[in-house]
Ligand binder design. Structure first.
Ligand SMILES: [Mg+2]
Length: 190
């Protein structure tokens, strides 16, 4: 099982937002585009922007290779009402089939991922990455200005070899990585 974020990981939402909300270069250094109110994403205009975002090159093909027979779940902070369009968007661009979990922020997505027996997480939010890692789940980051210092940040979906090695998942493409379980804190201290 792989869990994968959608916005700015698979979908280039920031490019759309730069047009809709011009200026404010500081926003490029934040994962949450803070001036955009959360409620905006549930408005007709917000949903249209989510639908308009283009996928990053190579994302669908590479994710399909990584997923193999283990399956994928898509985790996103998008509102519940964005679920149907997100499923349609993923299918339109050829992403592998998988459940879409909306209203799923960083800490919650990591807890769910641990419960799913997730082998690898892919995101763009450094805070989410560390929530995963604390639970023993490796996490790659689609490179953005706010995560570029991370050793597991990648700029090209078509070349993940280096970051998979850095995350200790170099054999994942071959489908040979062992399953991971939630870290047992008591045994970790022993
Ligand atoms: Mg994201």
């Amino acid at each position: 099982m792989i869990v994968c974020d959608v916005d700015n990981t698979l979908a280039d939402l920031n490019t759309v937002l730069r047009v809709r909300f011009p200026g404010g270069a500081d926003r490029e250094n934040r994962p949450d585009w803070a001036p955009v109110p959360t409620a905006f994403w549930a408005t007709p205009e917000g949903l249209d922007l989510l639908e308009a975002a283009a996928p990053f090159s190579g994302a669908a093909e590479t994710l399909a290779q990584l997923v193999g027979r283990g399956g994928v779940r898509y985790v996103t902070a998008r509102p519940l009402c964005a679920g149907p369009l997100t499923r349609i968007w993923l299918a339109r661009y050829g992403f592998p089939d998988g459940e879409v979990l909306t209203e799923c922020g960083g800490a919650r997505r990591a807890d769910l991922a641990a419960a799913f027996g997730t082998r690898l997480a892919i995101d763009d939010d450094l805070r989410a990455a560390w929530e995963y890692r604390i639970l023993g789940i490796p996490c790659l980051l689609r490179r953005q200005p706010y995560n570029s210092a991370d050793i597991c940040a990648f700029s090209d979906w078509r070349d993940l070899r280096g970051v998979l090695d850095a995350a200790g998942c170099g054999d994942l493409v071959a489908g040979a990585v062992p399953g991971r379980r939630r870290l047992d804190r008591a045994s970790a201290r022993a």
